[in-house]
Design a protein. Structure first.
Length: 326
């Protein structure tokens, strides 16, 4: 019951945002001969645009999209895992030099999947662990319902900040205090236009902010109540090709960061990428037991080595910044 209710509340929030755009357009059309109509309509349209739902995630600025001919093995591995897990293939594959995690983002009007590989952790993973990383990345991609709810929470947060989060500028308040103190005779004087407008704005914010806060609180509670179902869905999706234990081990490895220090030390010693990768594989094999679970054939050692060859130039560039990762 809580899942449909959360979706309903989120849709109402998005409908109100859309209503701002529709009302603004209607105001301009009806009052096209009046300057005030254009100003009010433009304000409503701008408000609707600012609060528009974000149903996708933009590609990070530091992500570099790889050409398919230059990274055929990586594209192939990503597509095989996507096919086996039963999700849409990524249209593009990108890499990030200093972000360890591998994610699958959806952006653009058609929500095209984009696989973003974090090079620091990817360099340290065995072929099997790379399959786990891809499976977890696909499984953690939010569904459309989850994006709708998250987008509504983001919109409500923008409303809350705009209505009750703003405060008078400190510099302007200090200037007003100095002006009042230096007034001739220290006489009382009426409030300035800025003070009156500020008081009116804060009053309006408290009146409209109440429903916004209540709606945000309700939707947040509903989303939290649905968190267990979302977690189980993601675990079940990844478990189609990798056991839950391996997904948990990868999460623990990412959270601990213990894979990073040996590579940082090797880079400081001047070792090349081949040596750093060999050391990482040795450490991975010490903690990896022999596995015969389905999915092992999705990425063999030979294919994994060819992926490393494709990413060699990116590894070489990224390794210089590994010292910046904490």
């Amino acid at each position: 019951m809580k899942r449909p209710l959360a979706l309903l509340v989120a849709i109402v929030v998005h409908a109100l945002t859309l209503a701002c755009v529709v009302l603004g357009t209607w105001t301009i059309v009806v009052n096209s001969e009046l300057l005030a109509g254009w100003l009010v309509g433009a304000l409503l349209i701008a408000l609707g645009w600012m609060l528009r739902p974000r149903l996708g995630v933009a590609l990070p600025a530091d992500a570099e999209v790889l050409d398919r001919p230059a990274a055929k093995e990586l594209y192939g591995a990503a597509e095989r895992v996507a096919d086996r897990i039963g999700v849409r293939r990524p249209g593009r594959v990108a890499v990030r030099d200093l972000e360890p995690a591998t994610r699958c983002l959806r952006g653009g009007p058609f929500r095209e999947p984009v696989l973003v590989v974090g090079l620091p952790l990817w360099l340290a993973l065995s072929p099997r662990q790379r399959v786990v990383a891809l499976a977890v990345a696909y499984a953690e991609t939010p569904t459309m319902e989850e994006l709708v709810v998250d987008g509504a929470l983001s919109t409500l947060g923008e409303w809350r900040q705009a209505l009750i989060g703003a405060a008078p500028l400190r510099a302007r308040e200090e200037a007003q205090t100095k002006v009042a103190a230096s007034s001739l005779g220290g006489l009382d004087h009426p409030g300035t236009t800025y003070e009156v407008a500020g008081m009116f704005g804060r009053l309006l914010g408290r009146v409209l902010g109440g429903p916004v806060l209540l709606t945000e609180h309700v939707l947040t509670r509903l989303a939290r109540a649905d968190a267990d179902r979302v977690r189980r869905r993601r675990e079940a999706l990844a478990a189609r090709i990798v056991p839950e234990r391996e997904s948990a081990e990868l999460g623990a490895l990412l959270a601990s960061g213990r894979y990073l220090a040996p590579m940082q030390a090797a880079a400081l010693r001047g070792e090349n990428i081949t040596a750093i990768r060999a050391g990482a594989l040795d450490r991975a094999r010490l903690s990896e037991v022999a596995l015969t679970t389905p999915g092992r054939e999705l990425l063999g050692s030979a294919e994994s080595d060819r992926i490393d060859d494709e990413l060699l130039a990116h590894y070489t560039r990224a390794i210089r910044g590994f010292g910046l990762i904490s």
